[in-house]
Design a protein around this ligand. Structure first.
Ligand code: CA
Length: 386
């Protein structure tokens, strides 16, 4: 009997040891480590990139554009699905949208995109939005609207420009007031490339309008030869515009989809033809403007928002997953640097705040990314430390 008990206890001890070993094996060999939702700050640095990155807001849904309110540095942020969010400089993202635009249609790349605040705000309390809305006939359209924004509330929506050709892809969407106080609007070719060469169509253009959406004085076709709102044409899908200290307008533009590559940086001048779809990349043609820099035939930036800091044009890369910095000297791009490549995923918007910081949005929830739990995010970077 004693022997039987001893054997039983011995077998039990061996079983416990074997089970423990099996658990150890499971823990150490078969269980994958949890993927961190966000890399620690130390991992976001490389020897060349020591700039600290601050997360300003998390949990956004495809933030497309940022505009700074002139007082206090608070931001209006559009989400592609149709919401307008407030991000306070002091306290991050307000939990509830300030506005939901009901007739926004989020189709493919389209939806609520650009936002711009009147340069004389709050004396002129107007905020402008560019978004994809319903169809006219078989054509999806984009439109420019203006709201009055007073005491934190939006009212009195007016449609200023309607029937800008749209499509699931190539809707343009950036709107900004220039140093001349006129509003510039980028539109896409709406997947009909020939419209970019048609100066009477709003597709594939940069438009320049007054704060009432009328033709801006001095526009190139104001007395004939094209639509009076058109400023430049022959564009495929420009999504970033910014002016340098000399007042020159530079734009980023998505190149061909198939195969890939040939994304563009252009110096935009009144009345010029930027070539799509007739010329691409380094090609030249009389009467058409070749980009100052392209990404080459095998590299895709998929460039979106752009912002000058001194003589550098920073722009966000979607497929490129990089904050690019194009050094500009006179009329030329002299160098192209890459920051944070792959570290934050797809990047959509980059703006310079009134106090000189870059704010960058991720676009990892747009259907083409791999979002972390914190996405989409707005991050802040000191450009002087890049
Ligand atoms: Ca071009």
């Amino acid at each position: 009997m004693k022997t039987v008990v001893s054997l039983f206890i011995g077998a039990a001890i061996i079983t416990v040891i074997l089970l423990g070993f099996a658990k150890f094996r499971q823990d150490t060999v078969f269980e994958k480590p949890a993927r961190p939702t966000s890399p620690p700050l130390s991992a976001q640095k490389t020897p060349e990139q020591t700039a600290p990155v601050t997360t300003v807001a998390t949990g956004l849904e495809v933030p497309w554009a940022i505009a700074f309110l002139p007082e206090g540095g608070d931001m209006l942020v559009t989400e592609r699905s149709g919401s307008v969010r407030l991000v306070r400089k002091s306290g991050g993202l307000d939990p509830n949208p300030l506005l939901t635009i009901e007739d926004v249609e989020e189709i493919g790349e389209g939806g609520l995109m650009g936002v711009a605040i009147h340069p004389d705000f709050p004396q002129k309390p107007y905020v402008y939005f560019y978004y994809t809305t319903g169809q006219r006939g078989s054509q999806t359209t984009n439109q420019l609207v203006r709201y009055t924004f007073e005491d934190g509330a939006f009212s009195d929506k007016i449609v200023l420009i309607e029937a800008i050709p749209g499509a699931p892809n190539h809707d343009g969407g950036r709107i900004k007031f220039g140093p001349d106080s006129f509003l510039y609007i980028t539109t896409g070719d709406s997947q009909e490339p020939s419209l970019a060469q048609n100066r009477n169509s709003f597709a594939g253009k940069i438009l320049r309008v007054t704060d009432e959406g009328k033709p801006a004085p001095g526009n190139p076709f104001i007395s004939g030869g094209g639509n009076p709102l058109v400023y430049s044409y022959g564009h495929r899908n420009p999504q970033g515009i910014s002016w340098n200290s000399s007042g020159n307008l530079w734009a980023t533009e998505h190149g061909r989809s198939a195969p890939t590559g040939l994304d563009e940086i252009n110096l935009i001048e009144s009345g010029q033809n930027y070539g799509w779809p007739t010329i691409q990349g380094d090609e030249t043609r009389s009467g058409m403007v070749t980009p100052k820099r392209n990404s080459g035939p095998t590299t895709t930036w998929a460039p979106s928002g752009a912002a000058f800091v001194n003589n550098s044009l920073f722009f966000a890369g979607l497929r490129g997953e990089t904050l690019y910095e194009a050094a500009i000297k006179g009329d030329n791009v002299t160098q192209l640097k890459e920051h944070f490549k792959g570290q934050f995923g797809r990047l959509r918007e980059v703006v310079l705040s009134p106090d000189g910081m870059l704010y960058v949005t991720t676009s990892n929830r747009d259907g083409r990314g791999s979002p972390s739990n914190e996405d989409d995010r707005i991050i802040k970077i000191d450009p002087n430390k890049l």
